[in-house]
Design a protein around this ligand. Structure first.
Ligand SMILES: Cc1cc2nc3c(=O)[nH]c(=O)nc-3n(C[C@H](O)[C@H](O)[C@H](O)COP(=O)(O)OP(=O)(O)OC[C@H]3O[C@@H](n4cnc5c(N)ncnc54)[C@H](O)[C@@H]3O)c2cc1C
Length: 462
């Protein structure tokens, strides 16, 4: 086959693959390929062929073949990404890693876990919990997303505010390089500084530098107690000011999530309390020894009242907490279901600027005729702005609105993506944040790993 710019047909590709893989590992009919044309973004790209990997050897075999015949390979976990990272814009093979899903070990003595990349995030959390241990990363799609996908996107989540992102829990990786060679990066110990930090270069590289085939993860003791609270404010300003007040006074909750009144409107029928008008909500949790949790919750409540909170609804029990989280997770799905056009942005601003960012949204909505839903990980300054319009025909003005939002965020000292990554969706905006020298250097790194541009081509860089 020729270079992938002039890619071969799916039939040609399939013929090559049939010589190497069992029939049940190859998907190529329209029915079999259904769903591989998408992730959780709005993008849709029809794939040519899917190979289901059963182990590292399959991944190596595929990469050697891809290099010999110059076809693209696109790693895919659960396809819950929000940036189009696992789609195949240049054809080739989608490498499905979801069946490499064994938890290989949970070592209680050394507080580490060894897992394959297709393990579902929640399954690892549950398995650690059974041994009294805690794997903190909790992206909101955790009941579907894979640990490999989480590593490749450096996924965050509500607990990030206290515990950090996926990166902070990855000690070592087994990676198949684009030419099929295997390397182990990192260490099995809690520390290690020998050589460049390839582990953390790989984390967040969105499947463009290598394919993660095994991960050594750091675990911590499970917190003894956890309690939550929903707090209703009469407007977004009060809620967002409370966030920076809580953090700057030295409290460290394990979640501070925010929802504006438009999000509350969408889930009103699910809420265990009444809201009205411009009400905004904070969902907060604290964990640790139970005496500490109780005193933290009291202090957080006091700060919220000081900032003008209308109602405080404690959720001490597992059931009440789960109900609030179900509602929180429902928000993005409901926005997606109701909007004709939906662009999920996940900007981050310094904590002191959250209030300014949300205050600027109504004027932007009027200027571009859009509806912007704001919610997310306020404790990190990571506000999900779901920019919506009534239909696809309004794509141009939605795009103009996106550019203005991103400009504003950067002017506030923020970043255009806190956790979803660049993939295809944010690629056009990369130059707004990174200098040409920085992009050149990063493209040089990509070239060293993948001189033939085989692995996930067309992602991240404009
Ligand atoms: C309802 C919902 C809520 C979400 N909430 C959050 C949130 O709170 N925080 C957050 O960070 N994200 C969130 N996301 C986005 C998504 O869940 C994360 O980006 C997640 O990490 C993607 O995992 P995945 O297994 O679905 O990866 P995929 O979507 O399959 O792939 C994502 C990227 O990783 C690469 N990749 C996948 N597996 C590997 C591998 N083994 N080796 C190398 N590269 C690989 C792919 O090529 C692609 O570039 C949410 C998504 C949804 C639908």
């Amino acid at each position: 086959m020729k270079q992938h710019e002039e890619r071969g047909s799916a039939a040609e590709l399939l013929e090559l693959l049939k010589g190497e893989f069992a029939p049940r590992q190859l998907l190529s009919t329209p029915a079999e390929l259904e769903n591989y044309d998408r992730d959780a973004s709005e993008l849709r790209i029809q794939p040519q062929v899917v190979v289901k990997a059963r182990g590292r050897e399959d991944v190596q075999k595929l990469m050697r073949l891809a290099n010999r015949h110059r076809f693209p390979v696109i790693p895919r976990g659960a396809g819950t990404g929000l940036a189009g990272g696992c789609l195949a814009p240049h054809g080739g093979v989608i490498l499905a890693l979801a069946e490499m899903n064994r938890i290989l070990s949970i070592d209680e003595k050394n507080l580490i876990a060894e897992v394959e990349p297709g393990v579902i995030t929640q399954h690892l959390k549950d398995a650690a919990r059974l041994k009294g241990l805690y794997y903190p990363p909790d992206p909101a799609g955790l009941d579907q997303s894979t640990i490999g996908g989480n590593a490749a996107t450096n996924a965050g989540g509500p607990a990030c505010v206290k515990y950090g992102t996926t990166r902070d829990y990855i000690l070592a990786l087994e990676v198949v390089l684009p030419d099929g060679e295997v390397i182990r990066t990192g260490v099995q110990t809690r520390k290690g500084v020998v050589g460049y930090d390839l582990t953390h270069l790989m984390v967040g590289s969105e499947g463009t530098l290598g394919i993660i085939t095994s991960l050594t993860l750091k675990l911590i003791p499970h917190p003894a107690a956890i309690a939550g609270m929903a707090v209703i404010f009469p407007d977004m300003g009060g809620a967002t000011r409370a966030v920076s007040e809580i953090m700057s006074r030295g409290y460290l909750p394990c979640a501070i999530e925010f929802m504006d009144h438009q999000c509350l409107d969408l889930v009103r029928n699910e809420l265990p309390f009444a809201t009205s008008g411009q009400d905004a909500m904070l969902l907060m949790e604290s964990d640790g020894p139970s005496s500490q949790v109780a005193s933290d919750m009291e202090a957080l409540g006091d700060i919220c009242r000081e900032m003008g909170a209308k109602h405080l609804l404690p959720a001490a029990g597992e059931k009440e907490r789960a109900r609030l989280w179900d509602v929180r997770r429902m928000v993005s799905l409901r926005i997606h279901d109701t909007a004709g056009l939906y662009i999920p942005e996940d900007v981050v601003v310094p904590l002191s600027r959250i209030a300014d960012l949300v205050a600027s949204l109504p004027a932007l909505e009027r200027k571009y005729g859009l509806k912007i839903f704001a919610f997310g990980h306020a404790g990190d300054g990571n506000i999900h702005l779901n920019i919506t319009a009534e239909g696809k025909e309004f794509a141009d003005r939605a795009e103009a609105g996106v550019v203005e939002v991103l400009r504003l965020v950067l002017a506030m000292g923020g970043t255009i993506s806190g956790e979803h990554g660049v993939g295809l969706a944010k690629r056009p905006y990369l130059t707004m944040e990174l200098s040409s020298a920085s992009i050149r250097l990063q493209q040089g790194i990509k070239k060293i790993f993948d001189p033939n541009d085989i692995l996930n081509p067309g992602k991240i860089f404009p």
